[in-house]
Design a protein around this ligand. Structure first.
Ligand SMILES: Nc1ncnc2c1ncn2[C@@H]1O[C@H](COP(=O)(O)OP(=O)(O)OP(=O)(O)O)[C@@H](O)[C@H]1O
Ligand SMILES: [Mg+2]
Length: 165
């Protein structure tokens, strides 16, 4: 797969974009492209089964957002949230271990939103788009050992991404 910067323009124009990746590196690269395009505060969800590549996408996103390679981007399954310094503050969440929407308060979600950074949420199914304030909903589907279908949907018409990255 050849990852083209024009994908962001396509996503913004159609409100939806579907890509297929054939390796871990390619999924990271799609994340990186998204990270480079981010132009302001955004909430992005990453849905998909265990091992579908959510953390892999988030790792690329962090790099595209300028998070230094010195910071390893690892799964926040046990920490629930990992924070990284980038062009904008990055909050990487994994809600797998959360029970219900009310726990968002307990993990300080409102405070994170007020910091006007980038929030990327794995296992958003534990909450919902209204609670999370999702701008961009991404679903990763496993099609084969190394093949993943990545579907992205803009939930608002004015998602703040730059077309030229
Ligand atoms: N095209 C691909 N894109 C992403 N990951 C892939 C791809 N092909 C194989 N993989 C492998 O799938 C696994 C994805 O792991 P990752 O931790 O990113 O999943 P996850 O969706 O975050 O899982 P979890 O729900 O446990 O948090 C890795 O072992 C990765 O190497
Ligand atoms: Mg993960």
């Amino acid at each position: 797969m050849n990852i083209k910067p024009s994908y962001i323009g396509e996503l913004l124009a159609a409100g939806r974009l579907v890509l297929t990746t054939d390796s871990t590196e390619e999924t990271e690269e799609v994340g990186r492209l998204m990270g480079r395009a981010i132009n302001g505060p955004i909430v992005m969800t990453l849905a998909g089964d265990l091992g579908s590549g959510k953390t892999c996408f988030a790792r690329g996103l962090a790099r595209g957002l300028g998070v230094d390679e010195r910071y390893p981007v690892t799964s926040p399954t046990y920490t629930i949230v990992n924070e990284y310094p980038g062009r904008l503050p990055l909050f990487h969440l994994d809600l797998y271990r959360l029970g219900g929407g009310e726990e968002l308060e307990e993990i300080g979600y409102r405070d994170m939103q007020q910091q006007e950074g980038v929030i990327v949420v794995e296992w958003p199914e534990r909450s919902d788009d209204d609670e999370l304030g999702t701008d961009l909903a991404i679903v990763l589907g496993e099609e084969g050992p190394d093949e993943r279908v990545i579907t992205m949907r803009c939930l608002h018409p004015n998602v703040d991404l730059r077309e030229q990255v």
